[in-house]
Design a protein around this ligand. Sequence first.
Ligand code: ASP
Length: 339
Amino acid sequence: MTKVFIIYTGGTIGMVNDAKTGALIPFNFEQIKENVPELARLNYEIAVHSFEPIIDSSNMHPDQWKNVLAEIIEKNYEEFDGFVILHGSDTMSFTASALSFMLKNLAKPVVLTGSQLPIGEIRTDAKENLITALEIAATKQNGKAVVPEVCIYFDNQLFRGNRSIKYNTEKFEAFRSPNYPILAEAGVQLTFFHKEILPVPTKNFYIHTKFDANIGVLKIYPGMTEAVVYAVTRSKVKAIVLETFGSGNTTTAKWFTDALAEAIKNGKHIVDISQCQRGSVQLGMYETSSELQKMGVISGFDMTFETAVTKLMYLLAADLNTEEIKQQMESPIAGELTN
Ligand code: ASP
């Protein structure tokens, strides 16, 4: 019998209204089972591990990616055919990106899902999301998982986790994958787009659990002051995600480029990603980015913010030299960018 392991972390999917304040608060997973009697009818053996305590995903932390998620998956990897992680949507793309770098040679599906409405509400999107996520986690062809990836299932679409962003707080369609096609679509049938899905690896699965969260973020805007820029470039962070205009451009004001060059000279890694959600950074395309390229700014190509942050955390802890970090940041290591 197919075996699926569910990890319940919290989020709206399992929330109820607090009787006193009316605010949404998390509740115990047992109630999810009560609310989805269909789970008992699925022909899978299902095991559940619940976070203790369950959390709103805004409180997710790299320690939990490691201590709870990656290690639980590792512990149960051989025994189960797939994994479903129930997670708040707010930071789901960060967790999915982080896991895509932690779970090496993943040959089984790890499907994150959640919902926009609590599972107890009559119009909830939680049941469909949960049931189809379980189905995706269980799907095999010729004895092999059809989606051997960390992915996000939400509102009838399956996204590569490290390509996804939360883009809508109000619609059921909470996620998008602006720079990569969807991996599957749930209509009357569940259709998988096989050529978009990563191949099943041949090497053995293992987990990488080190993260270094010593990262700064600099989102640029016209009129940005020196004090704001220096607060990041002269801070103690080891790497900076620079969110730039268009295809990777910044002001060419000397004080600004000098601040970046000084940070690089002091050993910081600077990764250029675009404020545009669609398309890629192309360093050197305009004069306003060729200076960045010359001083050694790393191109983030079409990576999402979530992926640039988690990939940097992963690489910073991987004992690599500057050249190796640049080379790995600029190459896909889990299907996260197109260069
Ligand atoms: N604040 C909630 C969370 O991320 C929202 C959700 O679950 O969608 O945990």
